[in-house]
Ligand binder design. Structure first.
Ligand SMILES: [Ca+2]
Ligand SMILES: [Ca+2]
Length: 155
């Protein structure tokens, strides 16, 4: 890599195993001969846990996430994201990947039958306000059965 070299570390922020363009962070690193250094802050929406990070270097152009380039280098790393928010999908009370009746049962069990607290408090706070209470249960019932609004996005 020489003058005008560029680095591009696309990451699977959402851990779906696909290096999407939308997940890329572009770094224009030093020109001239290497070695080069760069700093990448994890995106605020990065999920906690093992995350694949691909770092690509390319001569004088931005490389695509995948595919062949003439001059450059590609390295994949597994990094561990920590300290991020746990909320991926508000209303997914049981943190199972989807919002459905199982979340309703989980919430009823927690609120009225001394059941286990939701793994991620913010996901259990279905309406996005206050703590977890009957209002969240009402919100979830409205959403699941009466065409009510979807839970607001994670903050
Ligand atoms: Ca769920
Ligand atoms: Ca609430």
């Amino acid at each position: 890599m020489g003058r005008g070299g560029r680095g591009r570390p696309p990451r699977t922020n959402n851990q779906d195993t696909v290096f999407d363009y939308s997940e890329e962070v572009i770094l224009d690193v030093n020109t001239g001969s290497g070695p080069y250094t760069g700093h990448v802050d994890p995106p605020v929406n990065a999920h906690n846990g093992p995350t694949r990070m691909r770092v690509r270097l390319n001569y004088n152009s931005y490389p695509p996430p995948c595919g062949v380039t003439t001059y450059g280098e590609v390295e994949d790393y597994t990094i561990i994201v920590e300290g991020g928010g746990c909320c991926e999908l508000r209303g997914n009370v049981d943190h199972s990947g989807a919002i459905n009746v199982a979340d309703l049962i989980y919430l009823v069990d927690f609120l009225f039958f001394d059941g286990t607290a939701p793994p991620c408090e913010e996901e259990g706070n279905v309406d996005g306000t206050g703590g977890i209470n009957v209002a969240d249960l009402t919100y979830l019932v409205e959403f699941l059965f009466f065409n009510g609004p979807a839970p607001p996005p994670c903050s």
